[in-house]
Design a protein around this ligand. Structure first.
Ligand SMILES: [Zn+2]
Length: 401
């Protein structure tokens, strides 16, 4: 075996050991050896390296039996930090997390510009702020991943962001030339799919998330891996043609799915039926619960189109889990049953359809998780959806008051 192979195997063993320590939370050297199939000497050498690198730490397990308490190993979650950014239209969400994916700080910032250079400057300043804030930890801020609501190619170049009308931007390079931190750019729906898998649907190797927001985005995890297609643009399901010759879409075609199932399209149609009145999500929920005929009918139409789109996707992918991420659907009682009752084809098969619990946080959570995976170089990452995530939502809600 060449030295190159030896170094490769060493790295591989290290990544497998780290993955298992994260998965178990606390684990002894003996159990690591059993689970990984690596011999005790290899475990011992690797663990010594990881301890020296301060990526893990040792504790004594509490137990009431006789005999020595075994030494347990855990991830040193404060050794490094990662930053996830959701670059949405006119608002940027930031979430800084530790190595176990717990959010340490999060904030949302409204911006009143669409200018690319100005937004690069805003991002740069914020990343520098977090970098300085956490530079006393062992590795500091080690990775930043930015989710953009548009097409991103395999080299992480932005091809097109419809809302901002940005074409061919190299945001990664524009930030990295001024910052000494690795930056990655990814499509927001891909990051959301990754978050659903890492935090919520850990058993599901074939997961699709459909995000109904200003348009329709889809992220796909197939056989446990993100699927991006030849250029990296796969998942633009909002531009499937649902109604030939139908409504004109911003992409240049007619009758695209997102003309019928984006949230603005729902509210526009409803408003037209209600004499121009615009309603909030809270009002929508109240009206649906009260059985308001106009609103209920409009929602049925919305779910009818949604079911057609889902029927087509199910036939393409035979998914295990479909996660619907949508505020409009969250407002609708019994919505999953209603959608499923429309899916009557004896051909289209899937395991489950669920609503997303992560909602608007999915993108930043996926960004943080992917950044952790890159930094630790683990083949597979599963993280706990913790109390801290809920607390964070509460904090944010309070600060918004
Ligand atoms: Zn279109």
């Amino acid at each position: 075996m060449s030295t190159g192979d030896g170094a490769y195997i060493k790295k591989l063993n290290r990544s497998i050991i780290l993955q298992r320590i994260i998965e178990y939370g606390m684990i002894s050297r003996a159990d690591l050896s059993k689970i990984t199939g690596l011999n005790k000497a290899t475990i011992s050498v690797q663990v010594a390296d990881l301890l020296e690198d301060e990526l893990i730490y040792e504790t004594r397990q509490e137990h009431h039996g006789v005999g020595r308490r075994p030494i347990m190993l855990s991830i040193n979650s404060k050794a490094a930090y990662v930053l996830g950014i959701d670059l949405d239209y006119k608002v940027i969400h930031y979430s800084l997390s530790n190595l176990l994916g717990y959010p340490v700080q999060s904030e949302s910032m409204e911006i009143d510009t669409e200018n690319y250079e100005e937004i690069v400057q805003i991002l740069k300043n914020k990343i520098q702020f977090y970098d300085q804030e956490f530079n006393s930890s062992k590795y500091g801020l080690v990775s930043v991943i930015i989710g953009v609501h548009g097409t991103v190619n395999k080299d992480e170049h932005i091809y097109f962001v419809p809302k901002y009308q940005w074409h061919h931007k190299n945001l990664k390079e524009d930030l990295e030339k001024e910052l000494d931190i690795p930056i990655s750019i990814e499509n927001n729906a891909n990051l959301s799919a990754y978050a659903e898998r890492v935090y919520k649907h850990q058993e599901s190797d074939n997961l699709l998330t459909i995000i109904l927001s200003s348009g329709i985005g889809a992220g796909m995890m197939l056989e446990g891996e993100l699927q991006k297609g030849y250029h990296g643009y796969a998942g633009e399901m909002g531009h499937m043609i649902l109604s030939p010759g139908g409504e004109i879409c911003s992409c240049g075609n007619k009758g695209c799915w997102e003309r019928y199932n984006s949230e603005p399209s729902f509210f526009e149609r409803l408003s037209a039926k209600m004499g121009g009145t615009r309603i909030t999500y809270e009002e929508l929920e109240e009206l649906l619960n009260a059985g308001n005929e106009t609103v209920v009918n409009q929602m049925e139409q919305f779910l009818f189109h949604l079911s057609i789109g889902l029927n087509n996707i199910i036939n393409l992918y035979n998914p295990e889990t479909i996660v619907l991420n949508s505020k409009v659907l969250q407002c609708t009682p019994n919505v999953v049953n209603k959608v499923e009752s429309n899916l009557n084809s004896s051909v289209s098969q899937y395991k489950e359809i669920v609503l997303s619990d992560l909602g608007d946080d999915a993108c930043v959570m996926g960004a943080c998780a992917l950044a952790i995976k890159k930094f630790l170089k683990v083949p597979k990452l599963l993280l706990e959806y913790s109390e801290e995530h809920y607390l964070n939502e509460v904090k944010e809600a309070k600060s918004a008051l």
